[in-house]
Design a protein around this ligand. Structure first.
Ligand SMILES: Cc1cc2nc3c(=O)[nH]c(=O)nc-3n(C[C@H](O)[C@H](O)[C@H](O)COP(=O)(O)OP(=O)(O)OC[C@H]3O[C@@H](n4cnc5c(N)ncnc54)[C@H](O)[C@@H]3O)c2cc1C
Length: 448
């Protein structure tokens, strides 16, 4: 088929990856439309304002080590604020409660040594990973044969060292260590520059809420962004695609699917995709995270010398962070549960769930935590277009057996979304990088 086409590129998904790809494609002179299943843009970036308080239900923090998202924030004049770090961080590990200044870990000396030794080892491991093809790394097979959990058991020797690693890594990866391959972890670390990079990307947040960025991006695209358009079927051949939603059909030269791999598998393809791609998407989960935004009359923890950050290995909330807007009287804490904790909280009734969450936070900052003015939450596990957490992670065997299927275009079908990023995979930065990469692939193919 050589046309007529409705547009050059059909982008599916109006999250950060899809919107980035659309802006880049238009900037370089090609035409595109963006089809989004939800009634809003932003995907996993979802925020609102309730009673004057900014509520970031999903993505929130960025870091100065993430150049693309930082530059987008500048370009769209999105103001940020540094995360509050004055005061002590709370740690509850194996029932032992300790405080430490920001960035220091209050472990017994042998455990601290064990933790930093492990960190160094991970830095060495991740230094050997090829970000664009982790499956081709020299040690790929042996790393991909183990879970992070089994690696931890044999690589660390102290109980407190292991407990700290677990609570930090399970929050950062948004799942249990038994779910992920060691190659997947090494790849994530390598994509994010370092262990410290991966687990300390919470430097700033967007004052008006993170969704303001995709909203402003979509505004520049005007009516090229079509909401409430769930893509059901794609028929494709080498030089054309037809995309069907419940209402409409569009014909284009290329498609960019800017969504988690698991969601690409919910679309019907004619002809069917090659079996490797299908087998790959049968194996990719989306992690599990619940995020609670707790609003208090004032940031009471600050008065008691706490910076609002807590690690609680007993859960169900395992991490908290101060999200109070500077200059506002109300205090705001973000509280996060991941993996098994998130799934078991997700099964509880809202009132029971909130009580559990508040009890966790009270263990860190005292009984004042039990009296919030409001509790907000978003159930990302039940969200029909997220069904999980921050992002996908891969179980043993998946990267080495099916890794190339993650990124390789199939005819006119190209893949984007933070899961496909080779820098800052999982993060907003990764979504932007993946959108730019997919746009480049498509635009290059037009020149051939
Ligand atoms: C609780 C939580 C906290 C997070 N915290 C942070 C953080 O602090 N910092 C950070 O950098 N990142 C964070 N993230 C991760 C960040 O949100 C993601 O990396 C990023 O937003 C992913 O963007 P994306 O465009 O790749 O995918 P998405 O945002 O998921 O966009 C994909 C879009 O595709 C749409 N779609 C799917 N299937 C179809 C279909 N068939 N037809 C049409 N449309 C479809 C979906 O509705 C969705 O809008 C967090 C995520 C969560 C859930």
């Amino acid at each position: 088929m050589t046309g007529p086409y409705d547009t050059d590129v059909i982008i599916i998904g109006a999250g950060l990856a899809g919107l980035t790809a659309a802006i880049e494609i238009k900037r370089r002179g090609a035409a595109c439309i963006v089809l989004e299943a939800r009634d809003r843009v932003g995907g996993r970036m979802y925020s609102t304002v309730a009673d004057g308080v900014v509520i970031d239900y999903g993505a929130q923090w960025v870091s100065s080590a993430q150049p693309r998202i930082m530059s987008l924030l500048q370009q769209f004049h999105i103001p940020t604020t540094p995360t509050y770090t004055d005061g002590k961080t709370f740690y509850e590990l194996l029932g032992r409660r300790k405080a430490a200044r920001s960035g220091a870990h209050p472990l017994p000396l042998p455990s601290l040594f064990d933790f930093y030794r492990m960190q160094k080892r991970l830095e060495q491991l991740s230094g050997q990973i090829d970000n664009c093809a982790p499956w081709s790394t020299k040690q790929a097979s042996s790393l991909d044969a183990r879970t992070v959990q089994s690696w931890l058991e044999t690589s660390m020797f102290t109980r407190y060292g292991k407990a700290l690693f677990r609570v930090i890594a399970e929050e950062g990866l948004c799942g249990d260590l038994s779910e992920f391959s060691m190659l997947d972890l090494a790849w994530s670390l390598s994509c994010s520059g370092s262990f410290k990079g991966l687990f300390s990307a919470e430097e700033f947040w967007m004052l008006g809420g993170s969704q303001t960025l995709p909203q402003q991006m979509a505004a520049t695209l005007g009516d090229s962004v079509k909401l409430n358009e769930r893509v059901r079927t794609i028929t494709w051949q080498e030089d054309a695609v037809t995309v069907f939603t419940d209402q409409e059909k569009w014909v284009g030269r290329k498609v960019i699917l800017a969504m988690p791999p698991a969601f690409t598998a919910r679309i019907h393809y004619e002809p069917a995709l090659p079996f490797l791609r299908d087998q790959f998407t049968q194996r990719v989960g989306q992690g599990a995270a619940l995020k609670f935004i707790l609003v208090y009359d004032k940031p009471f923890w600050r008065n008691n010398g706490w910076n609002g950050k807590a690690y609680l290995d007993r859960g169900p909330v395992t991490t908290t962070l101060d999200s109070t807007t500077p200059g506002q009287t109300r205090g705001v804490l973000s509280a996060i549960a991941t993996g098994t904790n998130a799934r078991s909280l997700g099964l509880r009734k809202p009132q029971e769930r909130h009580a559990e969450v508040l009890r966790s936070v009270a263990r860190a900052f005292g009984t004042e935590a039990l009296q919030p003015a409001a509790v907000h939450e978003w159930d990302w596990l039940s969200d029909p277009w997220a069904r999980g957490g921050y992002s996908a992670h891969l179980a043993p065997g998946v990267l080495t057996q099916f890794g190339p299927a993650l990124l390789q275009p199939i005819g006119p079908l190209h893949w984007a979304g933070t899961e496909t990023a080779t820098e800052w995979r999982m993060y907003m930065e990764g979504a932007v990088q993946s959108g730019l990469r997919a746009a480049e692939e498509v635009l290059l193919s037009f020149r051939e």
